[in-house]
Design a protein around this ligand. Structure first.
Ligand code: 5GP
Ligand code: MN
Length: 343
């Protein structure tokens, strides 16, 4: 963050403010971690705080400190709208454009007359905030939250709960410190967070040793559905609505499944296609190794985006049509895929 922005922020928060913290729809560990950490931090500074998320927090991260005080815009609509209307400032965390919160809440945010502050690591952030702290090279918004608090000279306020929230977001967005975005700085911050009381082994257990029997069965089904396009170093998985129903799908159950496709030796591009007949869409997640940008791929073909190695998209076509489109497009990228990543 530049010094001008830091001065603006210090002056702005001199007086007590009403602050709302918002993250993207279908919140992940980074979204929940960054909003709850920031809310706890600003509460300690004497401000009135409220986290409002577009929809529910999946089970595997619902234990994050402060998660039980979050308003869901879809279920606690009146309270959420009131909090937004009355706020002086809204932090937009872990997303780059207002449409990422979903239609209903997007309207609520667009009508907001106060100030926005954006902290985010996605590419091409919209220019809508009083202060935008954007850095696509940083692995997670949670790491940026740490840098933000550090820039304000207030890391002494990071207690065990705040440390736990930040740790969880960094951990989940880096695939447990595996992805290339993990740097020595990330590890230094993680060490600091452990010193401040984040119980690292417990956090890993809460997130990863939390599978239900039916979720593992669903994973089994997904792996059975895995298809290889070997000459393009690509693998993909499909899950139909019927299959999800058969294995008692609940929110978060499909999280991370795409990484199994990417874990195949020699695979550079992985995708998962999940049918959502309620919304009338197919939700996609893409992952890549090396230089192949799934952000660009998702933007070009599937109304989506994200990061170079992890992105998402959507389609209003049927599951079969969407997969057919994917299979027909991928060969156009064959050259890029073949040279993207070589061990
Ligand atoms: P996931 O596949 O885990 O849902 O998302 C991977 C990354 O891409 C996350 O950083 C997520 O925020 C981003 N992402 C997922 N779907 C979309 C989308 O439709 N549009 C954009 N711009 N980013 C997305
Ligand atoms: Mn993130």
């Amino acid at each position: 963050m530049n010094t001008k922005d830091i001065d603006v922020l210090k002056a702005y928060f001199k007086e007590p403010k009403k602050i709302v913290f918002v993250a993207h729809k279908n919140p992940d560990g980074d979204a929940v971690g960054s909003t709850t950490a920031m809310a706890m931090f600003y509460k300690k500074l004497g401000h009135q705080v409220q986290v409002v998320l577009p929809n529910g927090i999946p089970d595997f991260i619902s234990w994050i400190p402060g998660a039980d005080e979050v308003y869901r815009y879809d279920l606690q609509n009146i309270q959420s709208k009131k909090a937004i209307d009355e706020a002086d400032v809204i932090f937009l965390l872990d997303f780059n454009a207002l449409h990422r919160v979903g239609d209903d809440m997007q309207n609520g945010l667009e009508a907001f007359k106060g100030d926005f502050i954006m902290i985010d690591h996605h590419q091409q952030p919209d220019d809508i905030a009083m202060v935008t702290y954007s850095d696509t090279s940083i692995c997670s918004t949670c790491q940026m939250v740490y840098h933000y608090i550090d820039a304000l000279g207030q890391t002494d306020l990071i207690d065990a709960d705040i440390a736990t929230s930040i740790y969880t977001g960094i951990m989940t967005d880096t695939g447990s410190f595996r992805f290339p975005s993990t740097t020595s700085t990330t590890h230094r911050i993680i060490a600091e967070l452990i010193d401040k009381g984040a119980k690292n082994a417990d956090i890993h257990n809460q997130v990863f040793s939390n599978n239900s029997y039916s979720r593992l069965q669903l994973l089994g089904k997904a792996l059975t559905n895995l298809v290889l396009l070997e000459d393009c170093k690509t693998a993909y998985i499909t899950l139909s609505q019927e299959e999800l129903k058969q294995y008692n799908y609940t929110k978060g159950d499909t999280e991370g499944i795409v990484n199994y496709a990417l874990s195949l030796k020699g695979i550079v591009l992985a995708g998962i296609f999940i049918e959502d007949t309620d919304q009338g869409i197919v939700k996609m997640s893409f992952r890549s190794k090396g230089k192949f940008s799934v952000n660009q791929f998702a933007r070009n073909h599937f109304d989506g985006g994200g990061h170079d190695n992890a992105a998402g998209g959507r389609s209003v076509d049927s599951l079969q049509e969407t997969v057919d489109k994917f299979v027909s497009i991928v060969p156009n990228y064959k050259q890029e895929l073949l040279v993207s990543y070589e061990i």
